[in-house]
Write a protein that binds this ligand. Structure first.
Ligand code: ATP
Ligand SMILES: Nc1nc2c(ncn2[C@@H]2O[C@H](COP(=O)(O)O)[C@@H](O)[C@H]2O)c(=O)[nH]1
Length: 199
């Protein structure tokens, strides 16, 4: 019988996922990843959603520990140096990272774990965990993406411009991922996502 080893390190090894599964949900800012995740978690509370750490300032209504762990740049850099992240990246002027220990514990205990992260982090996870299932969410058009980011009304004009510039690059990378789902009609996209996660 094949020996099953727990996942311990993403930085140095390529691991298979022994008990649970790791799902990577990526796609450009404003495409609707967070909204899809929120509804998915309501429908499937057994999923484990990894709360990331960021140096971005909280938006109105965001709660520390629920939406993100909000930390200073110096604290984030200290945690990077200590190897506390499974992956991390700088996006639109802020750091974002996935806490290593809690995620590995959840996967090893058999949970279906979802990471909602940007392109560079998603690439790091794919490199470290080739058996992670990666899903890229696409907008129906670039114009619609811009409309959604602006409609969210949460980011400054400069932040919107950075995110849209980055989105061009991100969309071109969609084919690197296992599955692409277009988030045009919300229910259709949600059903496609559920089908990917629960077969
Ligand atoms: N299918 C859809 N049709 C129309 N609007 C949508 C759809 N899906 C999401 N939205 C809206 O688009 C906006 C951006 O969605 P959301 O914040 O979930 O994007 P995101 O991909 O999580 O962005 P970020 O990566 O910046 O966190 C929200 O106002 C949301 O209500
Ligand atoms: N590489 C990582 N990217 C992350 C993580 N948590 C969130 N994100 C992504 O960052 C952008 C911007 O998010 P926003 O909340 O400021 O709009 C978005 O694409 C998120 O998916 C993470 O831990 N690592």
């Amino acid at each position: 019988m094949m020996q099953v080893l727990p996942i311990q390190s993403a930085a140095t090894t390529k691991e298979c996922l022994p008990h649970g599964r790791l799902i990577v949900l990526t796609g450009p800012s404003g495409v609707g990843k967070g909204t899809l995740m929120r509804v998915l978690l309501q429908r499937h509370p057994e999923l484990y959603y990894s709360v990331s750490m960021t140096t971005r300032s909280p938006r109105s209504g965001e709660i520390n520990g629920k939406n993100y762990y909000f930390v200073s740049r110096s604290k984030f850099e200290q945690l990077v140096a200590q190897g506390e992240f499974l992956e991390w990246a700088e996006f639109a002027g802020n750091y974002y990272g996935t806490p290593r220990e809690v995620v590995l514990n959840q996967v090893n205990s058999g949970k279906l774990v979802v990471l909602e992260i940007e392109l560079e982090g998603a690439r790091q996870i794919r490199a470290s965990f080739p058996s992670a299932h990666s899903i890229f969410i696409l907008p129906p058009s670039f114009e619609e993406l811009e409309k959604r980011i602006r409609g969210r009304a949460q980011d400054s004009e400069e932040a919107i411009a950075r995110r849209l510039r980055r989105a061009q690059e991100e969309i071109q990378a969609a084919d690197e991922f296992d599955v692409q789902i277009v988030n045009d009609d919300f229910e259709t996209a949600l059903n496609a996502l559920e089908a990917e996660l629960f077969g």
